[in-house]
Ligand binder design. Structure first.
Ligand SMILES: Cc1cc2nc3c(=O)[nH]c(=O)nc-3n(C[C@H](O)[C@H](O)[C@H](O)COP(=O)(O)O)c2cc1C
Length: 186
């Protein structure tokens, strides 16, 4: 059986980026615990063809690859910076180019970052319904991190670490045959 793959998508245009750091952190923990392959992409990896593409076929090869990685992933970690109380418009445009059936039943671990705590529920009110449309399995625990949870774009919050650990544990329900789950059951 092929090794499952976790794909992380950070909807940020910045490098370095708090959102990408969060997605990398979470995907790293999942792949370490369950033995998955992993790949992380941000909006710079998607590139500028996205903005001009009305149809998926109009994306260049770079953007096509990222989109294909998203739909082929066994599990996704989505991370969006909060823009005006929601996810960035171009991130939504990337998701708009995915066919409704392509994310059906896919486990998705939702994360987001923001400047402060005021929009912490954007993971519940914006990101979760977006993937609900696709009938994906969003994991029960979503992660929101604000500026003060990072030092130099590295995650630095004990509270958040515990919450992330909970979310990473929830991944196990979707992959009962993994080494991590076999060890936990012994
Ligand atoms: C256009 C724009 C809109 C923003 N709107 C919000 C917002 O509504 N609420 C919030 O908490 N932070 C807001 N921010 C701050 C970003 O969400 C925050 O800096 C984010 O963590 C940046 O992530 P990055 O380092 O991955 O780019 C906004 C930033 C930009 C550039």
């Amino acid at each position: 059986m092929a090794t499952p793959k976790i794909v992380g998508i950070a909807g940020s245009f910045n490098r370095p980026s708090n959102t990408t750091a969060l997605v990398q952190h979470v995907a790293g923990l999942v792949s370490g615990r369950y033995g998955f392959d992993s790949a992380i992409y941000d909006m710079i990896d998607v590139g500028p063809s996205l903005g001009n593409a009305i149809w998926r076929r109009e994306l260049d090869d770079k953007a096509q690859l990222v989109l294909q990685e998203i739909v082929d992933a066994d599990i996704l970690v989505i991370g969006a910076p909060t823009y005006k109380g929601s996810y960035p418009g171009l991130f939504k445009h990337l998701i708009d180019l995915i066919d409704p059936h392509e994310l059906k039943s896919k486990p998705i671990l939702i994360t987001a970052t923001g400047g402060g705590d005021r929009h912490a529920l954007m993971v519940e009110h914006q990101l979760r319904p977006l993937f609900g449309f696709f009938m994906a399995h969003t994991l029960p625990t979503a992660i929101y991190a604000s500026e003060r949870d990072f030092v130099d774009n590295a995650l630095s919050s004990e509270q958040l670490t515990k919450r992330i650990d909970e979310a990473v544990g929830e991944v196990g329900a979707f992959f009962p045959a993994t080494t991590a789950n076999r060890v936990a059951a012994e």
